[in-house]
Design a protein. Structure first.
Length: 184
């Protein structure tokens, strides 16, 4: 029996849960460095999960995420959505968790009319503007194209209007984009 299964009933309000060292190490590999402050408790939804939710076209609230067992949160971080079969499996796990653990219905997002803006060849304007506001000049498509899909998604999500976006500078540094300064 997998030792992690013993943690399926743990909720954030209960005693501090823990995962075996091997699981923690695997999770740490999937998270960005700027997410390290909640890597142990998984109290916040990591960018990898937010990305996979977008891939599956499901909306998940922080409240729903926090109602999941630590085991479920770990699985949603570690499981992939790279291929149709893994995407279907991920979606089944996610929908089951929303119904059973969060006690709510899943909210589906509409299919995009075109490629997601973060998937396009050039960086979205709001990413460029946020970088410029921080004194960082991105050299456009070349640097943007060098990023992984998850990194592009992350930068796009970290520049949402009306949000604090405090992790945006850390993400730029982590992705190697903050070395160049714009001219005053």
């Amino acid at each position: 029996m997998n030792a992690v299964v013993a943690f399926t009933a743990v909720r954030p309000h209960e005693a501090t849960p823990f995962l075996p060292a091997q699981e923690r190490a695997l999770i740490a590999q999937r998270l960005f460095a700027f997410e390290a402050d909640y890597a142990t408790s998984l109290c916040c939804m990591p960018m990898i999960v937010r990305y996979q939710l977008d891939v599956c076209r499901i909306k998940l609230s922080l409240h729903q995420w926090q109602s999941f067992s630590l085991f479920t949160r770990a699985r949603l971080i570690l499981d992939g959505t790279d291929h149709p079969a893994t995407r279907r499996r991920y979606l089944r796990r996610l929908l089951t968790a929303i119904a059973r653990e969060a006690g709510s219905a899943a909210v589906r997002m509409p299919l995009p009319q075109a490629r997601e803006i973060w998937e396009q060849a050039a960086p979205p304007q709001r990413v460029l503007q946020n970088a410029a506001d921080k004194g960082i000049a991105l050299d456009g498509p070349r640097q943007w194209a060098d990023l992984t899909a998850l990194q592009r998604f992350t930068l796009y999500k970290l520049t949402r209007p009306g949000h604090e976006n405090r992790n945006f500078p850390a993400a730029l540094r982590e992705f190697g984009l903050s070395a160049k300064r714009s001219c005053p």
